[in-house]
Design a binder for this molecule. Structure first.
Ligand code: NAP
Length: 279
């Protein structure tokens, strides 16, 4: 029987147990996925060493421990090292190996909804934000063959730190100049925390005075499902891509790392949407 889990704080309302239990059902694997809330007060080292004794087969890590976990790992995968954050650990014969599934999960979710985008020779993306999620998405877009990946962020230096790591054509721009340039990209990906509940009326950029075009507007926030930015984009006729689908596919990749099995995703999107709408 497999035993998986999640560490973080606060995580009582996490959707990961539902997602992974659904994967276990769909792949006919006997197992459990439990939440292990670790209060940030007190020494993390003592708590994580006690958690190690539980000998889980694999676990996820969320805020505020995605960086803090790194010194306790035996190995860190190349992508997670470049991102500087780990969200998935596999226990391989007692050794903890760290991964980051956000970037690949994002690209899988985008590809599942817009497969034709991935057959274009020249693919251009703009990322809004330069935090941990943006780093993972940038790396995965490069691996997926995007030819241009630009970044707009409040703190310019953080965006420059990302583009220095990679070879793809990139420029950094202020958030204020994004609106005028949206139509130059195949996809604009919102990765900041601006617009998340309870501040759902906020948006990192305003979409006004823009002509409808083929650009996909994507937001990785999933609470609410349709962010203020996506509502604006919808009014102007843009194609939309939703953050809850990234949540599903980053979990799919984590499950694959743990079990070697890729769970089928049919109707997961709609089922998760119903759960989120009921909150
Ligand atoms: P992070 O590392 O803390 O980065 C936050 C980013 O947001 C930074 O670029 C920061 O800009 C920007 N930001 C925050 N407040 C801002 C403000 N008031 N004005 C302008 N920019 C602001 O966070 P993260 O881990 O990347 O996560 C970001 C978001 O993605 C969160 O909402 C998280 O829930 C979501 N997420 C979703 C998934 C999914 O599966 N759908 C996965 C991972 C993350 P500065 O650099 O200037 O500080």
């Amino acid at each position: 029987m497999y035993r998986f889990g999640l560490i973080g704080y606060p995580i009582a309302h996490s959707l990961s147990p539902w997602i992974h239990k659904e994967f276990m059902k769909r792949t006919h694997i006997d197992g459990d996925y439990e939440i292990y809330e670790i209060n940030p007060e007190g020494a993390f080292s003592e708590k994580i060493n006690a958690f190690r004794q539980k000998e889980l087969h694999g676990f996820n890590i969320t805020v505020p421990y995605k960086q803090k976990i790194i010194p306790f790992l035996d190995e860190v995968d190349y992508t997670a090292k470049a991102i500087g954050a780990v969200n998935t650990v596999r226990n391989k014969d007692g050794k903890w190996i760290g991964y980051n599934t956000d970037g690949i999960g994002y690209v899988r979710s985008l590809k599942s909804k817009y497969p034709r985008l991935f057959s274009k020779a020249d693919r251009r993306a703009l990322i809004l934000g330069a935090g941990g999620a943006a780093r993972g998405i940038y790396a995965a877009l490069q691996d997926a063959g995007f030819t241009t990946i630009d970044i707009a962020n409040r703190t310019k230096e953080k965006a420059l730190d990302i583009i220095r790591l990679y070879q793809v054509q990139s420029q950094v721009m202020p958030l204020e100049s994004v609106e005028k340039q949206i139509d130059q990209y195949d996809v604009v990906i919102q990765t900041t925390s601006v617009g998340m509940k309870p501040y759902a009326d906020k948006s990192i950029i305003e979409i006004k005075n823009t002509k409808p075009n083929d650009t996909i507007v994507s937001d990785i926030i999933y609470q609410p499902i349709e962010t203020n930015l996506l509502t604006q984009a919808k009014c102007y006729g843009f194609s939309l891509h939703f953050g809850h689908t990234m949540l599903l596919y980053q979990a799919q990749y984590a499950y694959e790392i743990w079990t070697g099995i890729k769970p089928p995703m049919e109707r997961m999107d709609q089922e998760l949407q119903l759960i989120l709408e009921g909150r």
